[in-house]
Design a binder for this molecule. Structure first.
Ligand code: UD1
Length: 420
């Protein structure tokens, strides 16, 4: 197993190119199940979650090549509809195959993903919505067995909670359903919007893209002539590098981002004393005179993303005063707290709220990555800590960060990947 060794205390400088968004590429790859022809997808990040989904699609019968962030995929030759446990258990987002498989073939068997380090993460809302579209759903031996032999029917779906992959599953299902599907309280994340735009380019009529309510006119099982496209930049990767610049109070430039997607993150960093120079798809973070404490509440887009909570908590250890983090989306998303404490952080947890006392000197330590974003928070802490930090179990990081140590080295960090 690999680990990362970081010698902290160095300022960062220079620029980093941001990769394509993993969370956009996942539903987009799943949506190729709906395609009548092969397509090319550019700017696909070469990270483990993407390779896992490609493996799952290839098990179903898709043919693909993946070179230099370019996926050429033909899912029109899918012959199996069974997403088995061995793959799904390694990546929850495999559930994104449920909607498109059911809509295309009228039946499918997708393993239940189960819980994960950050909480229970049920899929009840995905299933309820598909039932409302006429699917017959049973849970048997850990599998969702879904049937709609005559195809799915348009319906009005009102999501009780905003769910990102739930919205994506239903959008893909609705694209091939019969009639109109109205989705109320649909997620508005940029990744969801790109999915809608790609389907819309393939001829699916979608009204209200980017709003709380969308209406999709389905093709009644006629497959889609999907076109080639490029995946949007990863706003969470960009936010993570912004926090790396911020925690070391350095000047760094992020290339190939969409600044509008980063509004909540950049606004918080500005509140904490940092500033930005933005030029089209490039943004330079400028150091703060004094890093001020802050308060964040995680919520759905366009609010502050839960996927940036851990990185901000690491940064808050370096703010002059008391900061507060309230996690509203996932009940157990504080696994990084005890690891940050091992490095000297002063963090008090009460329910879904954490109080972070800054400014505290952090010291290098052996720490354990527990989930994808928690792991990146430990890398950030390692950049500013005195001495050597070893971040173990970095397979979590490899799920979602492309060329992480290469990018950090490019910014001047002292970081190496080593074998245990
Ligand atoms: C997606 C992202 C993940 C991000 C999360 C929230 C992908 C691949 N993953 O995860 O990185 O952290 O959005 O922005 O895009 N819920 C239910 N029932 C359901 C579905 C969700 O109760 O059927 C709850 C969840 O437990 C959670 C909330 O709704 O409390 C939001 O979860 P959701 O948006 O579904 O997260 P994911 O789509 O799994």
């Amino acid at each position: 197993m690999d680990y990362l060794q970081i010698n902290g205390g160095k300022k960062l400088s220079g620029s980093v190119k941001i990769s394509g968004a993993k969370n956009a590429a996942l539903p987009l790859l799943a949506s190729t199940v709906l395609s009548s022809k092969p397509i090319v997808i550019k700017n696909v990040p070469n990270v483990r979650d993407i390779n896992t989904l490609l493996k799952l699609l290839s098990n179903l019968g898709s043919k693909f090549t993946f070179e230099k962030n370019r996926v050429k995929i033909d899912s029109s030759c899918i012959s199996s509809t069974m997403a088995n446990y061995d793959i799904v258990k390694t990546m929850r987002a495999s559930i994104l195959t449920l909607g498109p498989l059911l809509a295309t073939f009228g039946h499918c068997e997708v393993s239940l993903p189960g819980g994960c380090a950050i909480g229970q993460r049920p899929i009840d809302l995905h299933l309820k919505a598909l039932e409302q579209m006429g699917a017959d759903i049973e849970i048997k031996q850990g599998y969702v067995i879904a049937k709609a032999p005559k195809g799915l029917k348009g319906a009005t779906i009102v999501f009780d909670k905003i769910t990102v992959t739930g919205s994506e599953n239903i959008i893909m299902a609705a694209a091939l359903a019969k009639g109109k599907t109205r989705i109320v309280n649909v997620a508005k994340e940029p990744e969801v919007i790109q999915l809608c735009e790609v389907l819309s380019d393939a001829g699916v009529n979608i009204e209200g893209i980017g709003s709380d309510e969308i209406i999709i006119s389905g093709t009644d099982r006629e497959k889609l002539p999907m076109k080639n496209f490029s995946v949007i930049p990863d706003r969470i990767e960009a936010g993570t590098y912004m926090c790396a610049g911020a925690i070391t109070n350095s000047k760094i430039t992020l290339e190939e981002i969409i600044p509008d997607h980063l509004e909540a993150i950049m606004t918080k960093l500005e509140e904490m004393g940092f500033s930005f120079e933005t030029n089209k798809n490039c943004t330079t973070l400028l150091p703060a005179k004094k890093i001020k404490p802050s308060e964040i509440i995680t919520t759905e887009y366009p609010g502050f993303p839960t996927d940036m909570q851990a990185q901000f908590m690491a940064l808050m250890t370096q703010a002059e005063g008391v900061s507060i983090v309230e996690e509203r989306l996932f009940e157990n998303r504080f696994m990084h707290v005890s690891e940050l404490q091992r490095m000297g952080a002063s963090i008090m947890l009460r329910g879904n709220s954490a109080t972070i006392q800054g400014k505290i000197k952090l010291y290098g330590a052996d720490v354990m990555a527990t989930d994808l974003r928690a792991s990146s928070a430990l890398v950030l802490a390692g950049l500013v800590a005195e001495g050597t930090t070893k971040v173990h179990r970095i397979y979590h990081l490899d799920r979602g960060y492309e060329k992480l140590e290469e990018k950090f080295k490019g910014l001047g960090a002292d970081i190496v990947r080593l074998k245990e």
